[in-house]
Structure formats: structure tokens, C-alpha cells
Design a protein. Sequence first.
Length: 496
Amino acid sequence: VTAQNSMVITADQPQSTISEHIYGQFSEHLGTGMYGGLWVGEDSEIPNTDGFRNDVIKALKELQVPNLRWPGGCFADEYNWRDGIGPRDERPVRINTHWGMVEEKNQVGTHEFMRLTELIDTEPYISANVGSGTPREMANWIEYMTFDGNSTLANLRRENGQEEAWEVKFWGIGNESWGCGGNMQPDYYADLFRRYATFAKDYSGNELYKIASGFSNENYGWTETVVEEAGAHMDAISLHYYTLPTGDWGNKGPSKDFGEDMYFSTLKRGLRMDEFVTQHSNRLDKFDPEKRITLAVDEWGVWTDPLEGTNPGFLQQQNSIRDALVASTTLDILNKHSDRVRIGNIAQTVNVLQAMVLTDGEQMLKTPTYHVFDFYTVHHNTKLLPLHLDAEQYEYEGENIPSISATASKSDDGTVNLTVTNLHASETKEVTADIRGVDLSSVSNARLLTGDAVDAINTFDNPDNVSPTDFNDYTLDGNNLTLRIPSKSVIVLRIN
Ligand code: AHR
């Protein structure tokens, strides 16, 4: 145990609100993410409610998912919403050209998806087709969903079983329009965004929050051009960043059975989110110093090689304690930037990339990443607290990363919420926290998530291998909290 990690938290100087929407999820029509993972159909032997599996609904509801992005991703830019309404057995069969060239039978369409959002008690975030659609098609979808008066489209919605207009706020206009969404140039996309946004109307009191397609990683020029030319018409612009263990798209690295080299390089690459958010935000500051336009980090997470024996187009991977720590450290970064970042969506909810749950037939397990999202619910809609951290470096083969990452926040009732990650692969770390500006007397809800190895995972034979336990290794003396945090772990606690 070493004792050189200290933090000062100024609890009487609350900063930006940490929007709960930073903790959003993403479920694309991709592999078994939707079909099999969420939707099994009403006639399935797997217990379900209106076609959606009960075990997954329960797990997601408990996670307090604030918003769910759908139907893509790349899929969104080839989706026509009209394929997904009306009697299910009459819907067309399309080809999911991005993800495995499999049949898309459109069994989950607008009504089913909106039912899913009700079942897990979340807000929809719809990604509209700009790449292969038309402004009219998109405008019709908005009218169909949100107009509560008398029109042919609103009446069609009623005929299809939904009397009341739905409330839809988050509305994406294009996805990765520089890539799978149409391979556009920034000037061209900026014009298209202006055009589409013009026809994205607010009906019947519904107010759309229009999100433009931003870039991935460090292409800051795209952000600058799109915001300069179309910023007045948008509420947010997105940023995507995927963490590849090796950094190489041709050979991304494994999701299981790895050692400290892959553990370290994945964590180090994950931390680059700070640089990307900072730089995109700086570019936005040039045109929007008031921070009206927010950053929607609406795709992020660990992307590894697919599991052996699976369809490579299905993006199926395991999920380890390593990935859980990429989640906790990324969420710390997004929280820290919550003055600009108000939306986040990890990719993707079920069975795809860094998922919350994995399913196999009728079995389901919660991944280590699930538990991190569960811990971090304490920060939803709280105020970020200033946190000055002096942390030791974790050195591996001549490279360094900080060994500690943390978020402190304050709830309306004055509770201080703290999440702390020890990234070190093998050393327990002692961390002292001097919490100023409040009177403290007790700690509650202290929990720990760790693994017995850097690649510890949950399997259907051992689904609770990586799961939360009580955390007791702390002392609170006045306003001084001392934590002894095991290697490769994340803790949460609430202090009153
Ligand atoms: O999440 C998988 C894919 O990654 C999404 O469809 C796309 O937007 C991104 O390239």
C-alpha cells in the first residue's frame, strides 16, 4: 500500500450540472443487439412483455437509463421508418448491408421501439436518415410521431395503435455523415444539416433537440466547419470515440484472455477521450463561447476483435474488468466536461461492443461495465464538485498513466457522491480526500467492483465473477476520508 494519492474536494463550490443524459445507451439494429438481445417476439418461450425480454428490461430499468439511441449507427442512414409500421407480418424484408448482410424483417419499428422506451422508462433518441433518405421522409416521421392534431400521418399512427402523440426530444440528423452515413465533405454536410433541420418541425408542443453528426477522434476541422456554417440551427454536435486495445483497426486486440500489456494499452487509449473532448470543445468555444451547443458523445466504448466463431459483422465481444475501468474513467472525463458534454451513449446496450448485458438463448448476464453504470447513477443530475487530484503514476514498460481517476458530485440534499478508480494492475492504493466546505459524519452505500485478474469476465457459468461487494476499507475522520482501494477496481460511496 502506498500513500501518495491525495485529493481536495471543494464541496461548497458546485460547478456544472452532470446531466443524467451523459449516461445514455445505444441500441442499433446490429447483430443480436436488437433481435435476440432485446426483442424475441410475443410468441417466444423466453418470458417477454410485448415481445421484449423481461430479464433485459428489468436489468436496464434498474440501471436508470436516461435515453436510448436508435436505430443506428450506420444502420440509421439506410433505414426507412415506413418499413417498420403496420402489421408485423406484412412488413418488408430488407438487407442490413452494414452489419453482416443479414435479413432485416422490420419486426421492431417505431411503435415497438417506443414501447421499449416505456418498458425501461427512458427517453428516445432517434437517429434520422440523411445519407439515403430525404427531408420529406424525415419530416413525415416527425409528424407521424409527434403531431396530436388531425392529419393523415397522425391518423395513421392512431390506426397503428398509438392514439396520443409521442414526446420525442433527442433527434439526430445523420450519423457519421463523413463515413458510413454518406462519405460527405464538411461543407456539404453543413448545408444538408441546415436543410434537414429546417424541416424538423416542433409539433403540438413537442420540442426537438437537434443533434448534428460530428466526427470521430481528432478531426477538429469537421467540427469547426459544421459549427461555423450550421451552428445556429443545432442544439448539439456529436463526437464518437472508440477505444481499440491495440489502436489498430485491422487487428484491434482481444476482449478476453489477455495480460497486462493489453490491459495497460486499453486504459491508456481510453483516457484519450479527455484530449478529444477538450479539443472539440475548444473549437466550439470559437463560435459558441456561451456553450449553447452541447457535445453529444453518442458513441464510445471499447471495440475489440470479434469473439471466435461469431459473425464478424455482429461485433460480439466479451467484457472484462478492464472495460469496466475504461467506462469509469471515461465517465469521469465526461462528468468533468459536463459544462459542454450533456449527452453520452456507450456502444452498445446488449450483445454488441461494450455491452451492459450479454444474452445467449434464454440466459442473460450483467457485464462488469453494467455495474459501473449502476455505481455512477449517484451522479445523475447532481452538481460537479471541483476535485484537485495528486496521483501517483502507473508505469508499465516505460509508459505512464495516472493510477487514480475520480468524480465528486453533490446531490440536491447535500450528499457528496464519490467514485474512485484505481487503474493499477497489481497495487492497492491509499487515497486521502480532504472534503472542504461541508460538515460530514457518515458514509453510506459504499461498494467495490474488482476482478481477480486484469481480464476477469462474467460468463454464463459464472455470471457473478465480477460483481459488486460492500466496500469497508475506509476511515472518515472529520472531513478527511482515507480510502484503501484494491488494484484494478472502482468504488462508489456517498458521504453525509
Ligand atoms: O457502433 C458501431 C458503429 O460504429 C456504428 O454503427 C457507427 O456509427 C460507428 O462507426
